[in-house]
Design a protein around this ligand. Structure first.
Ligand SMILES: NC(=O)c1ccc[n+]([C@@H]2O[C@H](COP(=O)([O-])OP(=O)(O)OC[C@H]3O[C@@H](n4cnc5c(N)ncnc54)[C@H](OP(=O)(O)O)[C@@H]3O)[C@@H](O)[C@H]2O)c1
Length: 324
């Protein structure tokens, strides 16, 4: 099969389209022919092998598979022994390492039926980012109707889903993004949009029940000023720092949180079939739709990941593995 692959950790330009053995179906697993693969910043980390912690999953000295991508949408090619709820020909979407390839072998609890009405490209845009938004707002923040939420990075991969999910929960949403993306964030349902080039939201005088920070470009003390005394701050970015600075930024909110009434949190979003089904239902109910800003060919994955690293992604970037 064709796949995009880099045999060593290093620059994104190392990625090349190569021939690899097609995975063989195994018990309790589903072989999926990938139509589209969604990308997110974590795919850049796994190609570069930094931050170093990603190697716990991808291999210490060199990448185990070297194929980037987690999110996919495609069609079931074969099912393993013990799989009764999927059949050959079913359209599915979900998460599996190495989705920038013609086939992936997926655990049965990491995929579900593709949402009705979405193309494969749109469905592939959803899993990691939409689940990260759902887990932050539903499970970490326990966001309630009429609570106020500020989303920093509201126009990016996670932010565009978070705005819609928060509105579906009945929250009052303020989205922070550049002026160029203000109308998009508004169209997704945000009640207020702050252009960070015009207004510093940490000096606005407002206070929020919850802040979902996908950028972490501000001092923790500045952010806490606009969080209510018993509010929840969800820190959700590992980028923009390296070495000791990375660890300090990662750990500081967690160390301070026990000494404050404010909850200062980080979290790890773990995909489940049950929560993919929650997303599908929100799509069916017209409460959620992916924003796909750019579609790439399989031989342009390196370019797609470079574009992601620019920090200027609007919604999601997706690779079309099977040309329409
Ligand atoms: N916790 C987890 O389990 C989990 C899972 C997945 C990802 N993540 C993390 O989540 C973070 C966000 O991911 P993402 O996919 O949403 O990133 P992304 O799509 O790359 O976000 C890009 C967005 O950031 C915005 N941005 C850039 N500078 C900004 C600023 N100064 N103020 C406000 N917004 C700014 C940009 O908006 P403008 O162009 O409008 O400036 C752009 O739309 C990443 O750091 C990733 O590592 C965590």
């Amino acid at each position: 099969m064709k796949a995009v692959c880099a045999k060593q950790y290093g620059p994104l330009q190392n990625l090349q389209v190569c021939d690899m053995p097609k995975p063989e179906v195994q018990a309790s697993k589903i072989l999926v022919r990938v139509h589209a693969a969604g990308l997110h910043i974590g795919d850049c980390f796994t190609v570069r092998g930094t931050p170093f912690v990603v190697r716990m999953e991808t291999g210490w000295r060199r990448p185990k598979s070297g194929v980037p991508g987690y999110d996919f949408s495609g069609v079931v090619e074969a099912v393993g022994e013990g799989v009764t709820d999927f059949a050959v020909g079913d359209e599915v979407y979900g998460e599996c390492p190495g989705s920038c390839a013609e086939f992936v072998l997926v655990a049965k609890d990491k995929l579900t039926a593709k949402p009705n009405g979405l193309s494969h490209v749109e469905a592939a845009a959803m899993p990691t980012s939409a689940l990260a938004a759902l887990h932050a707002l539903r499970d970490v923040a326990k966001l309630q109707a009429s609570e106020s939420l500020l989303i920093n990075g509201a126009s990016g991969g996670i932010g565009t889903f978070a705005v819609q999910i928060a509105k579906a929960f009945g929250a009052e949403v303020t989205g922070v993004c550049s002026g160029n993306n203000a109308s998009l964030v508004k169209s997704l349902g945000a009640d207020h949009v702050v252009d960070y080039n015009a207004v510093d939201f940490t000096n606005s005088g407002n206070q929020y029940d919850c802040i979902f920070d996908n950028v972490e470009n501000r001092n923790l003390s500045d952010i806490r000023r606009v969080l209510k005394p018993s509010g929840t701050l969800i820190c959700n970015s590992g980028t923009g720092a390296s070495g000791l600075a990375f660890w300090i930024r990662l750990l500081k909110p967690l160390v301070l949180s026990p000494f404050s009434k404010q909850r200062l949190c980080r979290y790890l979003s773990v995909p489940t079939r049950k929560d993919l089904e929650v997303l599908s239902e929100m799509v069916s109910d017209e409460k959620l739709r992916p924003v796909v800003s750019e579609v790439y060919r399989l031989d342009s994955v390196a370019k797609a990941l470079q574009d992601l690293e620019s920090g200027r992604t609007v919604g999601k970037r997706v690779v079309r593995v099977i040309e329409a």
